[in-house]
Design a protein around this ligand. Structure first.
Ligand code: NDP
Ligand code: HSE
Length: 443
């Protein structure tokens, strides 16, 4: 083996991802050294309980509960504990001690990213986080490096595997949300407390990270509009399928043209939002099945790009982490300042009310003269233009009717206008039930 310079690598966490990172580092050390140009010595692994069972067999002598001791003196610190503390303090300690940091911690980066990146800048170190959005899929480097010369216009991502698994099964089998969620928990896709996934928190963290990179703007998590999938039912899925759509939980990050103002001095702004949306079955994102992730990027010069693969899983995510470790080692050997985050565009993030999209509104109404005209009038008053309308009469089991279902597809409308219009429909007296209101994305 070549006589490489030796770098000390400290690993914080040996759970689903960390245990696989340690295993691959130990088994493929020589190969990684050739690629990195440095020998990567795993000097220790910090955990809570050194005697807990691990997904991979790890040398007991590497396990410790003293993370700080490992960090001080390390050249590269890999943080795979998750959560905010002690991950935040330990990453800051690592940077302050001259180490480069590799992390997969989207929760931390989405909430404390600027603090961590500033700390890295101050000491000329780098923070690598390829695994923090969409797991094994290379998307951070493409946005940060490959597309650095282009202008990203829009990203639409399926960035949460659990919700894609649930929605995909509902779509394919006509199953109910609660039944598929229970299966997803039994199979280990969904946590015992599935809130972070099904309410869109996990996707919102990833959206904040992707939008920050794509638009060179620090996007705070609080500026990301978030809705989960708990209101999506089998009937909505069926209606979507019949209309040529599928419902996906999408992270949409978009560059928008706005009037030049103090708020938007360049006439540009961005929108970052996570919600279940209808997407044409012809769109590439519609063919993302199971727990897979995909990120569809539209850039001014490059056109449409799609990144697809495993968004989670211990060993899959370890691949992205180890790619970062090799990059960190190369930089550590080469010296010079770190990669640094580019947030100089500093574009305003618009609230969802100021965004325009197409919508599909499904209503149940009394099947009587004048009802459709009243509904159309309310939409017109609210500046919501109808693109398509389909009415079906609902026949009861006893053969009686009297109720109709109307599915209205709109042209692009302002979210705020749409939302006020839906309120007026609900209060109009002619609408028995607003069955669903869904955005249509992907045109
Ligand atoms: P796990 O919960 O499986 O593992 C966490 C590890 O950190 C455990 O080994 C735990 O120790 C250790 N740990 C937790 N708190 C402390 C502490 N205070 N001091 C020392 N050790 C501690 O997490 P994952 O491996 O699933 O996730 C790790 C990171 O990767 C997270 O940021 C996550 O968001 C991210 N990620 C995970 C993906 C996945 O598929 N799992 C996909 C993409 C990103 P012990 O084992 O002793 O309890
Ligand atoms: N819980 C996430 C998902 C995996 O379901 O995609 C980690 O990002």
């Amino acid at each position: 083996m070549t006589d490489y310079r030796r770098l000390r690598v400290a690993l914080l966490g040996a759970g689903a991802v960390g245990s696989q990172v340690a295993d691959l580092l130990l088994r493929h050390g020589d190969e990684l050294a050739d690629r990195a140009g440095a020998a990567l010595d795993l000097v220790g692994i910090a955990v809570r309980d050194p005697d807990a069972p691990r997904d991979a067999e790890l040398p007991r002598e590497l396990l410790t509960t003293d993370a700080e001791e490992l960090i001080v003196g390390a050249d590269i610190v890999i943080e795979l504990m998750g959560g905010i503390e002690p991950a935040r303090s330990q990453i800051l300690l690592a940077l302050g001690s001259g180490a480069d940091v590799v992390t997969a911690n989207k929760a931390l980066l989405a909430t404390h990213g600027p603090e961590i990146f500033d700390a890295a800048d101050q000491v000329g170190a780098s923070v690598y986080y390829e695994a923090a959005a969409a797991g094994a899929i290379p998307i951070i480097r493409p946005l940060r490096d490959s597309l650095a010369g282009d202008r990203v216009q829009r990203i639409m991502g399926i960035v949460n595997g659990t919700t894609n698994y649930i929605l995909d099964r509902m779509d394919r089998e006509g199953s109910d949300f609660a039944d598929v969620l229970a299966d997803a928990q039994a199979l280990g896709y969904a946590e015992a407390d599935p809130t972070a996934d099904i309410e869109g928190f996990d996707a919102a963290q990833k959206a904040a990270i992707l939008a920050s990179l794509a638009f060179h703007t620090a996007v705070p998590l609080g500026a990301v509009h978030r809705e989960g999938i708990t209101n999506v039912d089998a009937q909505m899925m069926d209606a979507a399928r019949r209309a040529g759509y599928v419902i996906k939980l999408l992270a949409v990050c978009e560059r928008l043209q706005v009037e030049v103002s103090d708020e938007a001095p360049t006439g540009e702004a961005i929108s970052v939002r996570v919600y279940p949306a209808l997407i044409s079955r012809e769109h590439p994102l519609a063919s993302v099945h199971g727990a897979n992730n995909a990120v569809f990027v539209q850039a001014e010069a490059a056109g449409n790009l799609m990144f697809y693969g495993a968004g989670a899983g211990g060993v899959q995510t370890a691949s992205a982490v180890l790619g970062d470790v090799v990059s960190a080692a190369r930089r550590h050997i080469a010296g010079g300042v770190g990669v640094g985050e580019s947030t100089r565009a500093n574009l305003p993030v618009l609230p969802v009310g100021r965004v325009t999209t197409r919508y599909q509104i499904t209503l149940e109404v009394a099947d009587e003269p004048g009802v459709l005209a009243t509904v159309a009038g309310i939409l017109a008053e609210g500046r919501v233009s109808i693109a398509t309308a389909l009415q079906t009469v609902i026949t009861q089991a006893n053969g009686e009717s009297g109720t109709a279902r109307i599915v209205i597809g709109t042209h692009r409308a302002l979210e705020q206008d749409l939302s006020e219009t839906v309120d007026r429909l609900a209060a109009s007296g002619v609408v028995d039930r607003i069955v669903s209101v869904l955005r249509v994305e992907g045109d």
